[in-house]
Design a protein around this ligand. Structure first.
Ligand SMILES: *Cc1c(COP(=O)(O)O)cnc(C)c1O
Length: 389
């Protein structure tokens, strides 16, 4: 896309709503064409004046979606899209010097924790898991392990623990470590980790950024184009865990409504959390937007415009009761994943298996775009029915 008349200083929201702006120079189309070509014409003088040579290196649709991501995170460095959130995060870990020492939270996205534990060592990666809510634990771990990277996730899946990005970044930087932040749940609507001192933000783009449960994608967005960013970009060109042009186009469309969706979903999650916080059948509602919850004050400081669309409930009666509630919803869909337009719920302990820190009475809820009164009524009737069985 060319000839964008968008002023340079428009907000990320405006930039995303216009898909980065501009129109197709050949046809005037207001949307970019999807460019599937794997190879591009070489100039007579042997150069590539178009800037494109081969699709493993670069593609116009991917480049445009990356420009939007870069703006959404207000990044000085590059935004790199990957074929999944997992491949984005793992690509970052593999771009660090070896042997690699990483500090990561005790409660974090399960798939990534498993990879760090089980696969990391074969790649020279040694991960230490820390409870970031205890400042002493971080100081001790920084001192003992001298990590290359401190990895955060806030709100952290699926208990929605809040980590103070600015404070962790200050401590980590003083110890010579980089800071990476999985910001999948916060989204750029609520938090811009780079502005709080993180060096790189990671997203499972499969979730809120795309928002329609129809692509798997991930991203790394860097505060600056330093050695790690360059190594990650080099490695992506070498290995090719890229996003396809069609998926980049779907993502560009998804991001046009990012702010609209996420604000609605966060307001819905808050309403649901408030409704159920003193419910007779519920032992605990985990949502950082509720005053009095651990981390609420930090969240209120570092998040803007809401606390995210994810919450969890602990059902009285343990795993059996929680699974029974999930069995009886008619609007909430029983499925993994989050951040899409449809409301999803899931019994996390069943997914994560033995050794998970997640309580077995916990249901994770991803608030969608349905009428919030319908969502609340559906949970109420499922709690009623399951109480009778
Ligand atoms: C889904 C998810 C991931 C993994 O992303 P994929 O796109 O599924 O590979 C990482 N972190 C969080 C917080 C997630 O929700």
């Amino acid at each position: 896309m060319h000839n964008s008349q968008l002023p340079d200083d428009v907000s990320g929201e405006t930039f995303a709503a216009q898909g980065g702006g501009g129109h197709d120079p050949e046809t005037g189309a207001v949307l970019p064409a999807v460019q599937f070509a794997t190879t591009f014409l070489r100039d007579p003088d042997n150069g590539y004046s178009s800037g494109y040579s081969y699709r493993r290196d670069d593609n116009p649709n991917v480049r445009q979606a990356e420009a939007v991501l870069k703006r959404l995170e207000a990044a000085e460095g590059p935004a790199l899209l990957y074929s999944s959130g997992m491949s984005a995060a793992i690509s970052l870990f593999l771009a660090l010097p070896t042997p690699t020492r990483i500090l990561a939270p005790e409660v974090m996205y399960w798939g990534l924790r498993q990879w760090l534990k089980l696969d990391g060592p074969r790649h020279g990666i040694e991960a230490t898991f820390v409870d970031f809510s205890h400042p002493d634990a971080l100081a001790t771990a920084l001192d003992e392990t001298k990590p290359h990277l401190v990895w955060l996730e806030t709100p952290g899946n699926p208990m929605w623990n809040i980590t103070d990005i600015r404070s962790v970044a200050t401590q980590a930087h003083a110890a010579g470590a980089l800071v990476g932040c999985d910001s999948t749940v916060a989204t750029p609507v609520h938090t811009q980790p780079l502005s709080l001192g993180a060096d790189v933000v990671m997203h499972s783009v499969s979730k809120y950024l795309n928002g329609h449960s129809d692509i798997i994608a991930g991203a790394l967005v860097f505060a600056e184009n330093g050695p790690v960013a360059q190594e990650a970009a080099r490695n992506r060109r070498a290995m090719g865990p890229n996003l396809s042009p069609m998926e980049a186009m779907l993502l560009l469309r998804g991001m046009r409504t990012l702010h609209l969706r996420v604000r609605h979903q966060s307001a819905a999650a808050l309403a649901i959390a408030q409704h159920f916080q003193n419910h007779v059948r519920i032992a605990e509602v985990l949502y950082p937007g509720l005053p009095g919850r651990p981390g609420h004050n930090i969240a209120a400081n570092q998040m803007t415009d809401g606390f995210g669309g994810m919450l969890s409930i602990r059902v009285k009666g343990g795993a059996t009761a929680a699974i029974a509630v999930a069995a009886h919803t008619r609007i909430w869909t029983r499925a993994t994943s989050l951040g899409g337009i449809e409301s999803l719920l899931e019994h996390r302990a069943s997914i994560e298996g033995a050794g998970t820190p997640v309580p077995d009475d916990l249901l994770r809820l991803s608030a969608g775009l349905e009428d919030v009164d319908d969502l609340i009524a559906d949970l109420e009737q499922a709690l009623d029915i399951s109480a009778q069985t």
